[in-house]
Design a protein around this ligand. Sequence first.
Ligand code: FES
Ligand code: FES
Length: 159
Amino acid sequence: MPDTILLTLQVNGARRTVETHPMARLLDVLREGLRLTGTKEGCGEGECGACTVLLNGRVVNSCLIPALQAQDAVVVTVEGLAGGEALSPIQDAFLTHNAAQCGFCTPGMLMAADDLLRRCPNPDREQVREGLAGNLCRCTGYSKILDAVQAVARQGEGK
Ligand code: FES
Ligand code: FES
């Protein structure tokens, strides 16, 4: 097995090529190879959702994805949610509703919430709970996060 491989993928709309270890995880490629440190490592075992990104349009835990699986893939990280300086509707709502918690859980929560609103533009409280079930925070409550997601839904901006 070679020491390094060249991986090419499209990240947040830009084609990127990065040299990485053949056994690296997508999370390592994003954080260390591409310096996209918005995606966080919490548990490293697929339990907490801190590392959530979109891979070919599907929400995944990037700590569980071998980097090789991302060859030629389309990846969106939390850095790709905003349009330049403008926050996305869900980022804006997290701020307005004081739903942004620590820097570890918030990026993953935003990615999961954004994905939920695309799949289900007008979720009820239970659907939001289910949509965020893979994203854990043991520090505080979830009610402000649920409020923020439903506020975006009410604005009709989650489509
Ligand atoms: S770091 Fe990936 S799920 Fe916790
Ligand atoms: S893990 Fe982020 S506030 Fe609890």
